[in-house]
Design a protein around this ligand. Structure first.
Ligand SMILES: [Zn+2]
Length: 255
């Protein structure tokens, strides 16, 4: 028996599968739900609701963007504490023993078999679903533009973070450069390149596996989560990011 029960269903959610936009939205840290079989991983209710379990607001913003762009959205239905889908199975961060200031007892000293079980339940289906959609769209002559959407905590290790929006990229900065240019013109938010994280923190896994490997335009967007706490602010941010992307994507590739 795997990690997920039959009732828990498919770990991968695909919304607006027939979306016409070339933009493909991915949200790895959409959910704070743990597979029932993992219990609480030894964490308090407070920790399980915090940013260590998920990216608060990221799914809501992604959904609004998917709607206004008419884009397909793929997201993981379970918490990154069970498996962080923006990390490869060999990374310690895939099943972190400590997340920021919280030790995660249920992730301590996992056996190889237990790690593999989690990867098989949560990571491989997620990775493979994105890969097959990318393959299919390339075959149809409309190579996707990969955009991953995340949120980050305003206070990290007790330090306030002044950056409001991070535009992240790995070796291929084509799209990130355009998005940063566009953000610079509006100057609405404190926007920075590869902050508060960058490729050196291992956060560009999805971009590498699906974007760089296929030569796709790609970017990762990080939004400070205090800016997307409710419906209204999520809507404002989604509109802003949608505008940035539409300005940045080469017109010939918009649809
Ligand atoms: Zn994230």
């Amino acid at each position: 028996m795997g990690i997920l029960s039959e009732q828990e269903g498919d770990p991968v959610a695909v919304e607006n599968a027939a979306g016409r936009s070339r933009i493909l939205l991915v949200c790895e840290h959409a959910s704070r739900v743990l597979p029932e079989r993992l219990g609480t991983l030894g964490l308090s209710a407070e920790a399980l609701e915090s940013h260590i379990a998920w990216d608060p607001g990221a799914l809501a913003v992604s959904r609004m963007m998917a709607k206004s762009l008419d884009a397909t959205l793929i997201y993981q239905r379970f918490s990154r504490l069970a498996y962080d889908c923006n990390r490869p199975p060999e990374s310690p961060g895939a099943m972190p023993e400590t997340s920021e200031i919280y030790p995660v007892p249920g992730n301590a000293d996992l056996s190889e078999a237990a790690r593999l079980e989690r990867a098989e339940a949560l990571y491989f289906p997620f990775r493979d679903r994105i890969a097959s959609l990318v393959r299919q769209r390339i075959a149809e002559g409309r190579a996707p533009i990969l955009v991953t959407v995340h949120s980050f905590t305003p206070v990290y290790f007790g330090r306030e973070r002044p950056v409001e929006i991070g535009i992240l990229h790995d070796a291929d900065s084509r799209l990130a450069d355009l998005v940063l240019e566009s953000a610079g013109r509006s100057a609405l938010y404190a926007t920075r390149r590869n902050e508060p994280y960058g490729p050196e923190d291992g956060v560009t896994h999805t971009l590498q596996v699906h974007g760089l490997a296929n030569g796709l335009l790609n970017v990762m967007i990080e939004v400070r989560n205090d800016l997307i706490r409710d419906d209204t602010s999520q809507g404002v941010m989604a509109d802003y990011l949608t505008g940035l992307l539409l300005e940045s994507v080469p017109p010939s590739q918009a649809y």
